[in-house]
Write a protein that binds this ligand. Structure first.
Ligand SMILES: Cc1ncc(COP(=O)(O)O)c(C=O)c1O
Length: 429
């Protein structure tokens, strides 16, 4: 089987041959057959060191035995009966224990569903339809969060979003004064922020800034939502909020919270979350906030999550992943210096980003940080992939508990060779 043949076949069955627009690749993507630890193999038998790690979901490494075993045992007992079951309560107890904002947790079937539900709760609790979001922060693909998703662009990043809905979404810079100014509009009742800064910290947000944004939202009395879909269980077992002691009202989680299976969660203050309790009623509607979803907390996912929780709670997987990301960052920055090429690798926790053409991203706008020329980004990702290293979208990457110093050093050799190629081919800015 060849990647190219599979791609031709897929393109006549799936729009663009993919199920997620970021999986599209020109001339064709690679089709992954098997993944283990921090490596994966395509259908042609080519091996890759993985810095995408299931779009940031597999911090324990691909195929962790505790997760595989939990799924297998649960599949033998019951795959899905759409009933209440023991592991969903156990799973919620873990989240409530680890997340400072969490008094109650409700599970969803994806991260986008988690931010959608958090916004519904914010609007219901505040009684206000208008929402403030931060320029360039990513919160999923649903109608409420695409305006402002592309930094510097007021228009939603998709056709098909109703204008009436778009008018309810306000966008401000990741700056406390800008947020304070935007919150003068008393129609706004909810604020949502990506806890790392835009795109898992590609546009970094300093702890002081996040703290100040939190204080501004608090002073305005709005419902504050942190999107910790990537930072959750990664920046610490209790996400950025536990690591840095900045506590929102509601938190959206996904990816690692499920043990790496499909799903998500919203956790937060009991008085807000309890609006989903069937015992509550508002205007004759019970529960006051409606939330359904066939596969929420499905037993297979809950079993994987409950197996992952004790491992994640130790902080050891995160500590190891952080050390591997630091090794990667140091090696990449040394490569820029040694090869005399302007550029910088930066990041936080177990996430790293690369910017070409300058030795710092300080002072750049989000649009500038995300605005590297397309041929440059493509040459970087294609060059790394052709040599057996798969990166996340744009120029980012993530490490896991399964990355080893040897794998990182091998990837750094590839980085140096790719950088040299990019310089030779004149694609660097
Ligand atoms: C910060 C953030 N929020 C929300 C989402 C949406 O999650 P999902 O893709 O599970 O819908 C993502 C996905 O990458 C994300 O990174």
């Amino acid at each position: 089987m060849k990647n190219i043949d599979l791609s031709i076949r897929a393109r006549s069955a799936l729009p663009g041959g993919v199920s997620h627009e970021l999986r599209y690749r020109d001339p064709h993507p690679v089709f992954i057959d098997r993944a283990q630890g921090a490596e994966k193999w395509d259908v042609e038998g080519r091996r890759y060191i993985d810095f995408k790690m299931g779009s940031a979901s597999q911090i324990l490494g691909h195929g962790h035995p505790a997760i595989v075993d939990a799924i297998r045992k649960q599949a033998e007992r019951a795959i899905f009966a759409a009933d209440c079951h023991v592991s969903e309560a156990e799973w919620a107890e873990w989240v409530n224990r680890l997340y400072p904002s969490a008094e109650r947790t409700r599970f969803t079937a994806s991260g986008s569903e988690a931010t959608m539900l958090a916004l519904r709760l914010g609007r219901a609790f505040s009684g206000k339809d208008h929402v403030l979001r931060v320029d360039g922060h990513y919160h999923g693909w649903h109608d409420h969060v695409l305006k402002g998703a592309k930094p510097g662009h007021e228009k939603p990043s998709s056709l098909g979003i109703p204008e009436a809905l778009t008018d309810l979404i306000h966008v401000c810079a990741a700056d406390p004064q800008a947020m304070e100014c935007a919150l003068q509009d008393t129609r706004i009742g909810t604020v949502i922020i990506e806890a790392s800064g835009a795109n898992y910290g590609c546009v970094p947000m300093a702890t002081d800034t996040l703290n100040a944004l939190h204080d501004v939202a608090r002073a305005a009395g709005v419902v504050l939502i942190f999107d910790e879909i990537i930072t959750g269980f990664r920046w610490s077992a209790g996400g950025r909020q536990a690591r840095d002691g900045i506590v929102p009202d509601l938190t959206a989680l996904a990816k690692v919270v499920t043990g790496g299976l499909p799903g998500g969660a919203v956790c937060g203050r009991a008085d807000i979350m309890e609006m989903m309790n069937n015992a509550t009623m508002r205007d004759g509607i019970a529960p006051a906030v409606s939330h359904k979803g066939t596969f929420n907390a499905s037993p297979l996912v809950a079993a994987a999550a409950c197996a992952a929780m004790p491992l994640l709670a130790t902080g050891e997987p995160q500590e190891h992943a952080n050390a591997m990301a630091t090794r990667m960052l140091d090696g990449m920055n040394a490569a820029f210096t040694d090869q005399g090429i302007p550029g910088v690798a930066y990041g936080d926790s177990s996430i790293f980003h690369v910017f070409f053409g300058r030795d710092t991203v300080d002072g750049l706008t989000p649009a500038e940080i995300r605005g590297l020329p397309k041929p440059c980004v493509k040459a970087y990702r294609d060059g790394m992939l052709a040599r057996g290293v798969d990166m996340m979208a744009y120029t980012s990457g993530l490490t896991s508990a399964a990355h080893t110093p040897a794998l990182v050093d091998e990837a750094l050799d590839v980085f140096r060779a790719t950088l040299a190629d990019m310089a030779r081919n004149g694609v660097l800015p």
